[in-house]
Write a protein that binds this ligand. Structure first.
Ligand code: HPA
Length: 277
């Protein structure tokens, strides 16, 4: 296994970014597939490709950009991650979560995580948005496996308080104001890149999962360790395997993602604008 990054690596990444962006962002947002449009709405934006940031992994998903965009939205200083690092791309779990440690060193206290997910719960439909209230990880290691970095937190840490109730309540209110409702749900991490089998989805359903995806959980674990408050929102892009019997394709995932983009970006804009920092 690749040697984990040390606190010095994280510091070099953070020092580089601090020199480029100045004041600490009020909030960071990770833009899942198809949600890069939010980054385009930031004012006075500075764009920093991941390859320019010391020690940063470089996203290989073709439709994700692999850059940070720092700018203003509704009076807030926002750091948008346009593209993330997935276990299925070959990154270690700690690499998928690396940016969270860097955000911590920058002083960021709030993180909105977005993703595309398959819907497991019967009442969900493609196009729905789920507020993730909890997660299940059956596959892949913890990003915190191996040498602990005490600057980020304890070796053993609690996972029950990472999902911020205030941001969750605000997200529900903002969705209502826009004429739709969010449901709360449990997100199950699967390592991918293949979509799940119907038997796996039946298992996840029995275990209490409502949506399933291949990202997000490494970052939530890292945020829990270092005390960053999370709001996680999943765009349901397809029903999970075996639920309708239809084949799941990347095209469908991207198409539905594109269909809900406007609604999702609108919701994110309202949440970011109205959040009390
Ligand atoms: N499974 C896993 N990841 C996904 C899915 C799915 O059905 N849809 C979008 N991301």
């Amino acid at each position: 296994m690749l040697e984990k990054a040390t606190i010095h690596d994280y510091r070099e990444s953070a020092d580089y970014l601090r020199a480029r962006i100045g004041a600490t962002p009020d909030i960071a947002v990770v833009l899942g597939s198809g949600l890069g449009a939010l980054a385009d709405t930031l004012e006075d934006a500075i764009v920093i490709p991941y390859r320019d940031i010391p020690h940063f992994p470089i996203s290989t998903v073709s439709y994700q950009k692999g850059e940070m965009v720092i700018g203003r939205l509704g009076g807030k200083r926002v750091l948008a991650m346009n593209g993330r690092f997935h276990f299925y791309e070959g990154w270690e779990m700690w690499q998928a979560a690396y940016y969270v440690g860097v955000l911590k060193l920058l002083g960021v206290q709030r993180l909105i995580i977005t993703n595309a997910a398959g819907g497991i719960k019967d009442t969900l439909r493609p196009g729905d948005i789920v507020r993730v209230s909890d997660t299940i990880k059956l596959t892949a290691n913890s990003p915190m496996r191996g040498q602990n970095i005490p600057e980020f937190g304890e070796r053993f840490f609690d996972m029950q308080r990472v999902h911020c109730p205030k941001m969750a309540a605000l997200a529900h209110v903002c969705a209502k104001a826009r004429g739709f409702s969010l449901t709360d749900g449990v997100y199950a991490f699967m390592s991918g890149p293949q979509y799940e089998t119907p038997a796996e989805i039946r298992m996840l359903k029995l275990l209490g999962a409502d949506v399933v995806g291949m990202s997000t959980v490494p970052e939530i674990i890292a945020a829990a360790q270092c005390g960053i408050a999370v709001l996680c929102l999943s765009a349901v892009t397809n029903m999970a395997a075996g639920i309708t019997g239809a084949a799941i394709t990347e095209e469908e995932v991207l198409e539905t993602g594109a269909r809900i983009r406007e609604r999702f970006v609108g919701l994110l804009t309202d949440v970011i604008t109205q959040i009390a920092c």
